[in-house]
Structure formats: C-alpha cells, structure tokens
Write a protein that binds this ligand. Structure first.
Ligand SMILES: [Zn+2]
Length: 259
C-alpha cells in the first residue's frame, strides 16, 4: 500500500488540475449530450437499415454511463425517440448550466469506403465543400420551425458561441485525437462547418460524426455493444483531456458569461 502522504496530493491533482492545497472538491462539471435527429427525422440510414437517430441515441446512452463513471454530471438533450428542434437543443443545455455541449451524429458518404470519426466545431461561414455538405445534411432538421422565443434566443446566443470558438476548437482537437487512436488513424484533423445545432450553445460545443453509417463494417460495429463502449470511453477521455488542458479557465468563463 502506498504511504498516505503520497496518495493525497496525487488524488488532488487528478481532480482537473486543482491545487493540492484545496481539498474541498469543486462541483461536478456538467456535460450536455445531444443525440442527433429523432422522431420523424431519422438522419442517415445504413445499408442494413440502421438509422442514425437510433445509433446516435445508443452512443449517447453509453457515453452518459462513461462520463458519469469519470465524475461528470450529464444532461441528456434527447433521451427517447422524439424530435427536438435544432434551435432548442442548445437552449436546453444553456438552461441546464452545462459546461460542454456534445452533439452526437453518424456520417454518411456516397463513397461506401469512407470511414472513421470527424469532430467539428462551428464555422460562422460556409466552410469548405465537404464540410458544407455534411452541415447541409445535419441542418435539414432545422426545417422544424422554432418558436419566436427560440429564434430570438438563437440570435443572441450566436454571439455566445462566437466567444467560445477557441475553446470549442481545443475540445474538438482533444476529442479527435482520442478518436484517431481508437480508429488507428494518424492524421485526421478537426473541421469547421455551419451547424445550426451548435450556434446557440453558450459553452464550448462540438459535433461528433462518430463513424460512417454508410460503411457496412462501421454500421455493423455500431450495433456492437463492446464497440459502443470503446467509443464512449474514447470520447470521455477527450473530454477529460480538454478539461485537464483548460486548467479550470473554461468553467470560469462559462459561469461569467451566463450571468
Ligand atoms: Zn446527423
């Protein structure tokens, strides 16, 4: 057994860079998990019939367990098969006082061989052609008209996400690194695209295209509980690395801005 005197500072350091002199634990950080699509909006469809809305919810459920085990609180934006307008999703996260917003999706491409994970953060312009077409698919759900309150809130909160773009990029990089490791991919970088769902988030926010549902092998993996767990652990590790690098600044900024 390790001597107690060694263990105490070590455990304190694990708590996201807290100084060993502050033994009082800080409140748990809160992660908003948004499972893409839902209800009539099925999202993309795999060749064996797996629907993106169902796969996204399965990932979010695994991720929720994994984040909880790692010491985070979780807010589920969508916990069943209902359609929540894109504009309202970030609003739910904002009202819950979440520290991060993760929107979980599956990618689809005409090229059946396309595979792997891509993490996006918000672009205020159109982005490159590939990114724009991914965003166009994901934004289709925005056709569900939001209420007037949501529109006003969305416009105001556009400015808030603008203030978080650097943090969102850092979060995207931390998560992409873990996903590259999981997929054995060396050099896939993060991307930027104009996703409606990210615009209203008053906190660092990313959209994860977790795998290609259009790729038969990846579609099969998405039905495998063991793979979903590995994916959830990789995403959780990305979140942990992000906060470890943030040294507390991301949270402080979030609290100041929400007042
Ligand atoms: Zn999607």
């Amino acid at each position: 057994m390790l001597p107690r005197i060694l263990l105490i500072p070590f455990l304190s350091l694990l708590a996201f860079g807290q100084s060993p002199k502050t033994p009082v634990p800080s409140p748990r950080l809160k992660i908003a998990l948004d499972a893409g699509h839902g209800g009539d909006d099925t999202g993309a469809k795999g060749s064996k019939g797996l629907l993106e809305k169902d796969a996204a919810l399965s990932i979010v459920q695994e991720l929720s367990v994994s984040l909880d085990e790692a010491g985070f609180d979780v807010v589920l934006v969508r916990s069943d098969d209902t359609l929540i307008p894109l504009w309202d999703r970030a609003k739910i996260a904002n009202e819950a006082g979440a520290d991060l917003f993760l929107s979980i999706h599956l990618n689809a491409a005409r090229a059946r061989a396309a595979k792997g994970s891509e993490v996006y953060f918000l672009s205020l312009d159109r982005g490159d052609e590939d990114a724009a077409s991914v965003a166009a698919l994901e934004n289709a759900g925005a056709d569900v008209k939001p209420g007037a309150d949501s529109v006003v809130a969305g416009i105001l909160e556009d400015m808030a996400q603008k203030a978080y773009l650097q943090d969102s990029e850092r979060l995207a990089v931390a998560m992409q690194l873990q996903l590259n490791r999981l997929g054995g991919i060396k050099e896939r970088g993060v991307k930027q695209a104009p996703f409606v769902v990210l615009r209203g988030a008053a906190m660092p926010a990313v959209l994860v295209e977790s795998a290609f549902i259009s790729n038969g092998k990846e579609e099969a993996k998405l039905k495998d509980k063991a793979f979903l767990k590995k994916l959830a652990v990789a995403l959780t590790q990305g979140v942990r690395r992000y906060f470890a690098g943030a040294a507390g600044t991301a949270r402080r900024k979030a609290i100041v801005t929400s007042r």
